[in-house]
Structures are given as C-alpha cells and as structure tokens.
Write a protein that binds this ligand. Structure first.
Ligand SMILES: [Zn+2]
Length: 429
C-alpha cells in the first residue's frame, strides 16, 4: 500500500514536470507574431528605434556544461564582437554572464537568412517577466523587459495529506512557495516538519495568477485564507492588511495566528519539506545532563529563535558545542546547540524567527542535529507540552474593516467542499 502511494506520487511528479515543460513551450515558442503587439510595447516605454519587424523563428537552447554566454552565442552564429555587444545591451536588465548549466534561452532567427535577430531570456520561473533582446535599427542589439499582463482570480483548493504535504502539493498544482506560505500561516500552532499526519486536511483560498490573454494559469499566489486540520484540530487564518499596510493572519474571532513562540526552531522550508517527517522527528531526551529535544536535520539547516529576546550566550560550551541561549523575558529562555555556525552575538536582541545559527554536530553529537532546550524560571521544561496564548488581537480601529473582509473571504473557504480523497483537481477552464 505504502509503495503504491509512493509510485502514484512519483507519477504525479513526472506529470508535473511534463506540464511545466509544455507550459514553457506554449508560452515562449509560438508567440512570435504577437511579440510586437502594442500591449507589450506599452509595458516597456523605452525610446527605441524599431526596425521593420522581420519574420523570425524561435528555438530553445539549453546551457551546456562549461558554456559561457559568448561561446554559446558564437555557437549560434554570432560574431564574437556581436556576442559581447549583446551581453552589454542586456546587462542593465540581466547579466547573461551568470547563466547556469541547464538554463534555457530562446534564440530568434530571421526566417529567410537564419541570422540571429534576437534572444529571449525568462526572468522568473513562470514566464511573467522576460528579457527580450533584438537588433535595433543599426543592427546593434537592444534589450528590454517584457511583462505578461496577468489577471488574479481567487480560487479555493482542498487537499488531504497522504504520504506528505509535499506529495499533496503536486496533486493540487501548488508550488513549494505556496506550501511554505501555508505552513507560515500556522507556524505558531503546528510544526509542519514533525506534526503533519496522514489524513490531515486543508483548504486554502488563494490567487490564481492567469495570463490575461490566454487564461492559462501561471501559478498560485497570495494566500487569502487557509484552514488546516491537524489530528482533528481545526486551525484557520484569514489574511488581513491593516490601514498601515501591515499584513497578518487572524482567526474568525480576530485573534492573530501569531503567538509568543514559534512551534519549532526549524522552519518548514523547500529543503525540509523534501525530507520525510521521520527525518525531522523530534526525540525528547530526558536524562541527567541531557534534557532537551533533538531535531534530526541536515547540516546547515537554518535555526531560528522561537521568540523575541536577548542573546545571553553565543559561543562554545562543553558538550553543547556551539551554543546560543536566548532570554525571552524574566520567565522564559531557550537554547540551541551543536550548531555548525553561530549567527548572533552575545548581548544582541533577536526577533522571533531570526536566524541564530546553522545545524551542525559540534560538541557531544554523533551526527548533525539540533539540540533544543526550553526553560521556565531557569529550569528545563518540555517545550512540546507547553501551551501559549495568542498574542495579538485585531486593533479596535481595524475591527470593522476586518469583519468586512472576513464576511467576504470566509465563505470562500468554509463553503468549499472539504477534500475527501487525494484526487487531482479538475481541469481549469
Ligand atoms: Zn540532544
């Protein structure tokens, strides 16, 4: 059964990659008749003498091992001096000397003469921004940025966690950033590295970012509302931007999802979300001289302060190895040990979530892990058993605006059918 689930998610990954390639092809390759449209010109009001548009063909070129941009352009038939001039023309928008192995460029050629007339370089993963280089009137290259016109449509997605949150993300077409953002809404309440369980469900209202012309989905964007049901416990967060442009997530009662302490010193990230939850599982150690929670994590994983406070120790300390201790207030302190690197200094104030160091295996550690301790009134306490109140209610002056927002967005979240199986989403219109 387990291996079947694994195979299914593997197939979905492959399909996902296929879809990505397809999307790139349709978005980049066949758009040559429209690239001189008034709309794209409007997006970049650069004074530029335009030669008569030459009918051109486009081909994708992948950067090979050890390739440099000038070499690559020469291979495409440009003179060395032309290649240098193209790179210089592009530099204010993107330094093409930084192209990396596996990246792709679109080369445009004159349909009749095969001469290289331009180049297209995607500036983001979703093709929303691209750099277009073409020959100007004097045949020297000119570059400009082109942006797609996008349309945002709110969309509700529902998911069930099967193998991991990671596998579910693929099924729904969510990006790693979307999942990290979802985990971010609830990072004071749920440790997404360790607490995610098979059968957990979530619903999320987020922007679907569409190409305004074709209606093609480019990606999912901002999360407006989210619900996560972890082991039967329902957590909700509604995004609210206050009159001072401060962004936060609040539950239906207008209480911030924020608390005094983060649920974990390790952030749920692109990297960690690829690990199995076993890998990150915290082990509670309770014997003399070793009280704490051990989080197995890869060397170099960022370690963050669970709460705001003052660094009272930053240095090597016996079996703890590289050790940081933060005093949050008269009652609470926390410490982080076996670090490979310390990122703070003694006496410094740190904010909640601020990097204090990187996971390592200094001191008495058999392998890379984070040894985390939490103290109440100076004595070691099991952090995982502690309950902390929510800290920030919505301000009275914001209450009416928040309620209006809530009335608008909450139905989109809670009226959506909960996901009852891990079926892929229906095809978008
Ligand atoms: Zn330990």
């Amino acid at each position: 059964m387990k291996s079947l689930v694994r195979i299914v998610s593997l197939v979905l990954v492959v399909v996902g990659i296929g879809a990505l390639l397809w999307q790139r092809e349709v978005s980049e390759l066949p758009n040559y008749p429209t690239s001189d449209s008034p709309e794209t010109d409007k997006a970049a009001p650069l004074p530029e003498d335009q030669p008569d548009p030459i009918p051109w063909t486009a081909s994708e070129v992948t950067v090979g091992r050890g390739a440099t941009i000038t070499k690559l352009l020469q291979d495409q038939g440009l003179e060395y001096s032309e290649a240098l001039q193209l790179v210089e023309a592009a530099r204010p928008i993107h330094n093409l000397e930084r192209i990396r192995l596996g990246e792709t460029l679109i080369i445009r050629r004159d349909q009749r003469t095969e001469r290289v007339v331009g180049l297209v370089y995607p500036l983001d993963r979703y093709g929303e921004q691209k750099m277009v280089v073409r020959r100007g009137s004097g045949s020297e290259f000119v570059a400009r940025r082109e942006a797609r016109t996008v349309r945002l449509v709110p969309k509700t997605l529902s998911g069930v966690v099967t193998e991991s949150l990671w596998a579910t993300r693929e099924q729904l077409g969510l990006s790693a950033e979307n999942i990290v953002a979802l985990a971010g809404v609830f990072e004071w309440e749920v440790d997404f590295n360790t607490q995610v369980r098979e059968g957990d469900t979530f619903r999320v209202v987020l922007d679907e970012v569409l190409d305004a012309e074709s209606g093609e989905r480019l990606r999912y964007g901002t999360i407006h509302a989210a619900e996560y049901v972890n082991a039967g416990q329902i957590y909700r967060g509604i995004r609210y931007v206050d009159s001072e442009d401060k962004v936060g997530y609040f539950n239906e009662e207008g209480m911030s999802t924020k608390k005094m302490f983060l649920k974990s010193p390790l952030k749920f990230s692109r990297i960690s979300s690829g690990f199995s939850r076993k890998r990150f599982h915290p082990v509670l150690k309770k014997w003399r001289a070793h009280n704490g929670i051990d989080y197995a994590a890869g060397r170099g994983t960022p370690v963050r302060a669970i709460g705001r406070g003052k660094v009272v120790y930053a240095g090597t300390k016996g079996g703890y190895g590289k050790h940081v201790r933060v005093r949050h207030n008269a009652r609470y302190s926390s410490s982080y040990s076996h670090l490979s690197r310390i990122a703070v200094k003694r006496g410094q104030m740190v904010d909640q979530g601020q990097l204090v160091g990187k996971v390592g295996s200094t001191g008495l550690a058999t392998g890379p892990h984070l040894h985390f301790e939490f103290y109440v009134n100076g004595g070691y306490t099991n952090f995982l058993a502690q309950k902390f109140p929510r800290t920030e209610p919505i301000a009275d002056s914001e209450r009416d605006a928040f309620n209006a927002r809530l009335a608008h967005i909450l139905p989109l979240l809670v009226d959506a059918p909960p996901a009852d199986s891990a079926s892929p989403e229906p095809a978008s219109p």
